[in-house]
Design a protein around this ligand. Structure first.
Ligand SMILES: Nc1ncnc2c1ncn2[C@@H]1O[C@H](COP(=O)(O)OP(=O)(O)OP(=O)(O)O)[C@@H](O)[C@H]1O
Ligand SMILES: [Mg+2]
Length: 261
């Protein structure tokens, strides 16, 4: 579904004394339809930046390549990206800021449909009811405001909204970081169910290796802007090759053995 090669991003900051920060360096990866690639790495290693590069929400440094669903979009302009936008969606890290507090949930859910002029109002509302059922929410929620529903419900609404456009690639940036463990499990199960139904490609970003290995077919490990290791989830967990991955898996294994009764 998506294949990228040699993707880099350097940020520059400062006015008089320009400083540059290499947030993402020479990254190549691919995700097949129906597959989940887990992206793991410490805070600040460049995961969210990489996800923005994949979706071309942020311009990459010259030289990299992005092929999405057979289209080479490396040099696409914003206008050329427009028809492809709906096929690539992202669930952002902070769900609370995902909705306008002054709009009802219904209005927020209708927004992508009206923006992309996908269908008329009646058909749009029918679609929303269908998605609400898919994510296990009652239709009464539609007439409430974001502060009137729980964090777990917001997360489901965010998922429903990303599905209104029937994307082929969904980037999940720490999708469950704000949920308690039982709701987290429900949301993950829901995402897996939806993935099977629509054969979507997922990029699942997290710093929780244990969570990633249970949710992803393959894992990519990022460290200081570089991809240091990629492989099948179990292989990376059982036989990590890079010293950073070895450190990470050891830490997680030690933690889970301490937590066992
Ligand atoms: N627009 C920007 N301008 C300058 N620097 C940025 C910008 N966006 C991100 N950075 C820097 O790039 C680096 C990577 O940030 P990024 O948000 O990609 O990390 P992350 O891996 O997603 O971290 P976390 O797990 O905490 O979300 C950080 O040092 C960050 O401060
Ligand atoms: Mg991030």
């Amino acid at each position: 579904m998506i294949r990228v090669a040699g993707l880099s991003k350097t940020f520059s900051s400062g006015w008089l004394h320009k400083r540059s920060l290499r947030a993402v360096h020479n990254i190549s990866l691919e995700i097949a339809p129906g597959e989940t690639l887990g992206l793991i790495g410490e805070s600040g290693c460049g995961k969210s930046t990489l996800s923005r590069l994949l979706l071309k929400l942020l311009p990459a440094d010259p030289g990299g390549h992005i092929v999405f669903n057979g289209h080479d979009i490396s040099n696409f302009t914003m206008k050329q990206m427009q028809p492809l936008r709906r096929q690539m969606q992202i669930l952002f890290q902070h769900p609370d800021s995902a909705f306008n507090p002054r709009q009802t949930i219904l209005r927020s859910l209708m927004e992508p449909i009206t923006l992309h002029r996908l269908m008329d109002r009646g058909a749009g509302e029918a679609k929303i009811l269908e998605l609400l059922e898919l994510v296990g929410l009652h239709r009464d929620l539609l007439y409430r405001y974001p502060h009137q529903i729980s964090g777990g419900q917001i997360q489901r609404v965010v998922i429903a909204r990303s599905l209104t456009l029937e994307p082929k690639l969904l980037i999940l940036d720490e999708p469950t970081s704000m949920l308690d463990v039982s709701v987290q499990a429900q949301v993950i199960e829901l995402l897996q169910h939806i993935q099977k139904q629509y054969r979507m490609a997922y990029l699942f970003i997290s710093h929780d290796l244990d969570l990633v290995r249970h949710t992803s077919h393959r894992i990519a490990v990022m460290h200081k802007g570089c991809l240091v290791e990629q492989g099948n989830s179990e292989a990376v967990w059982e036989q990590p090759e890079h010293p950073y991955t070895q450190q990470l898996t050891q830490a997680f294994k030690a933690f889970s053995s301490i937590m066992k009764p």
